[in-house]
Design a protein around this ligand. Sequence first.
Ligand code: ATP
Ligand code: MG
Length: 287
Amino acid sequence: MPLAQNMNDAFVKTESQSKIPRVEFRDVCLAFGDKIVLDGVSFRINPGEMKVILGQSGSGKSTILRLVLGLLKPNSGEIYINGEEVAHLRDEDLSQVRQKMSIVFQEGALFDSLSVYENIAYRPRELGWPPEKIDAHVQRVMEFARLGEVADEFPEALSGGTRRLVAIARAMVDNPEIILFDEPTVGLDPPTARRLCEAAVRLRDLEAVTTMFVTHRLADVRYLASHYVLKNADGASELLEENGKLCLTNTRFLMINEGKIVFDGTDEQLWQADDKFLHSFTHEDEE
Ligand SMILES: Nc1ncnc2c1ncn2[C@@H]1O[C@H](COP(=O)(O)OP(=O)(O)OP(=O)(O)O)[C@@H](O)[C@H]1O
Ligand SMILES: [Mg+2]
């Protein structure tokens, strides 16, 4: 059954017309000892937008995600989630904010002793949801991530790519507003990496989830910038490629180098940017 036919209103996200960004950093600075990692970082992510975060190893990409999650505090500057400043929140208030977010790591961090179904159902069970609600949500996200056939398998029996799709399904099961991806395609072969990117694009376009997608693969950048999903009149979803004709307004790119944002804009601007560092990145060979 096509995804859309399976949706009920409870699952469909309606975005308010609010201009409040989902995530905003204002002049955030962070050092570990005397090593400055973020040096005055500011950016905004609007509801339903995907922000692709680029930068060399050690440039602070994962640190930004950990700040969003509240796992780290900045030395100075402010971090807003839905307009609420979170860097100075107490732990109990922070946990409320954190409930609206999920993260997908490089290594899916699944429970080896639980089936795919049970891995995905874990968090709803922890939240004490009634069984029928748990089942409806798990079935839906398994369908979204095309995992129906492996519901009863255990993680060790799955390929690396499928394990990461399970991690995505698990991250989206309780309808978070924000999903953070930390290099989810590292180590995957190109077709599998594309499947992962497709799942992120479908989350962006069909569910209007706000996403931060950290990667240093140029192939991911090209995919995320050029593919989009539309719902047909009959409710089925279709993956399309814009072939340079459109500029996806819900996808922005941010590049960090030596603690500073060196680029924040659309993919078209990214390909044209003539900053030396950007140039070397955007013109690196495809793997
Ligand atoms: N808890 C910590 N204590 C000390 N230094 C840290 C800590 N966490 C991160 N760092 C340092 O901060 C810098 C940024 O790290 P971060 O993990 O954010 O980089 P990254 O861009 O995600 O890199 P990669 O692409 O390799 O994942 C690195 O130099 C790292 O060594
Ligand atoms: Mg990292």
